[in-house]
Ligand binder design. Structure first.
Ligand SMILES: [Cu+2]
Length: 149
């Protein structure tokens, strides 16, 4: 029964492919290298829903930080920017949400140790359906991007 030989590897494969099955794709992930002693830094990524149903991200955490939050930046009528926590992020089928400097970002609060260029940050995002998506974000120095508006 040669087919049996492939059964176990196929099961393993489907375990590792869970994030793909959930239909979530992450690109351009990185974390801003913070100056020594900084209590917070920010992470960025493009996150896409390649599935056929809405995906809601409900939870985000990292073993390397006390707390991680989804934030967006709001500019009031005076041009003052403030950050607002988003408790959930919903991706419609085919939608990509961009977390980038000056816009939505991952707020990484309370680093457990100093992180510099060459290090990486592991975050785990939980969906409403209970799936966990783990993302590795390399730590980089921010380039001069200017303001994105
Ligand atoms: Cu923030």
């Amino acid at each position: 029964m040669p087919a049996l030989r492939y059964l176990v590897p196929a099961l393993l494969l489907s375990l590792f492919a869970l994030p793909t099955l959930a239909g979530v794709e992450v690109d351009n992930a990185w974390v801003r290298a913070a100056p020594p002693g900084a209590g917070v830094t920010a992470g960025y990524m493009d996150i896409s829903n390649n599935g056929e149903t809405d995906i809601t991200l409900t939870e985000i955490h990292s073993p390397q930080f006390t707390r991680v939050e989804f934030h967006r930046t709001r500019h009031d009528e005076h041009g003052t920017a403030s950050m607002i926590r988003m408790h959930t992020v919903t991706l419609a089928p085919g939608e990509t949400q961009t977390f980038s400097p000056g816009g939505q970002h991952l707020m990484l609060i309370g680093p457990q140790q100093e992180l510099g260029e060459g290090d990486s940050v592991e975050v785990i995002i939980t969906t409403e359906a209970g799936e966990e998506i783990s993302v590795t974000l390399p730590v980089r120095r921010a380039h001069h991007q200017g303001h994105s508006h």
